[in-house]
Design a protein around this ligand. Structure first.
Ligand SMILES: CC(C)(COP(=O)(O)OP(=O)(O)OC[C@H]1O[C@@H](n2cnc3c(N)ncnc32)[C@H](O)[C@@H]1OP(=O)(O)O)[C@@H](O)C(=O)NCCC(=O)NCCS
Length: 194
């Protein structure tokens, strides 16, 4: 059965005006000014939350956070979402399908769960599932990928349980607190394209 693929303009509109994505435990809704709060700012200043990413240096502010949100708002190569917990309605983290290449039909998934009380509850796995479905079934992308430090055991489990396969290692590609760490890349090909 052939699938009718919408025009590229229509698909790009779905990136600019992110649809709400929903699972049993979370909503993903387009990141906007209404999500910029002191909690969100504090996640990016928290050393534990940011141990495996480039943030956590204590210099994030409301103003910088608003600038980031504004900078991604109207782009057609990144769909940035706030993650909301269904049980409380609380904004608990952010995720994105970014670095979208419309030439290669690929995109990169990233995530940060700032509210630590929500760690280990399957939120990242649910979020990856939603973004992979969105990327393949609504944006008709061919390849999705995600990179993480080799010591980020939780993220490696998230990638593997999302059906991603290990593609390779970028040697000592991440530098923090005086140490270089390898980045491992995971990826998945749209099963409808096989
Ligand atoms: C890494 C992170 C996204 C994981 O999110 P999460 O919602 O807690 O993950 P999940 O509950 O979906 O768990 C995924 C798997 O990792 C496991 N896990 C969770 N925390 C773990 C830890 N500290 N060490 C090892 N495994 C862990 C879970 O048991 C689960 O395993 P399973 O598939 O066998 O059940 C979240 O902790 C986070 O945002 N951390 C800070 C920012 C970050 O590191 N982002 C990623 C940068 S690439």
């Amino acid at each position: 059965m052939s699938v009718l693929i919408p025009s590229l303009d229509k698909i790009k509109k779905l990136v600019i005006e992110e649809p709400v994505l929903e699972s049993a435990t979370v909503y993903l809704e387009g990141l906007s000014f209404k999500h910029v709060s002191q909690s969100y700012v504090s996640w990016l200043n928290d050393k534990e939350v940011c141990r495996e990413n480039r943030h956590g240096r204590g210099n994030n502010t409301i103003e910088l956070t608003r600038k980031y949100v504004e900078s991604v708002d109207n782009l057609d190569n990144i769909a940035a979402f706030a993650i909301l917990a269904k049980d409380t309605g609380k904004h608990i983290g952010n995720t994105s399908l970014g670095n979208i290449s419309w030439e290669n039909n690929s995109g990169e998934i990233s995530i940060l769960i700032g509210e630590k009380s929500y760690w280990g509850k399957g939120v990242a796995k649910e979020t990856y599932r939603l973004l992979i479905e969105y990327g393949f079934n609504q944006l008709f992308l061919h390849r999705l990928y995600s990179g993480m430090t080799v010591r980020n055991k939780a993220m490696i489990k998230v990638a593997e349980s999302s059906g991603m396969s290990k593609e390779g290692i970028f040697k000592e590609a991440f530098y923090k607190d005086g140490i270089y760490v390898d980045i491992v890349m995971y990826g998945i090909i749209n099963p409808a394209h096989k």
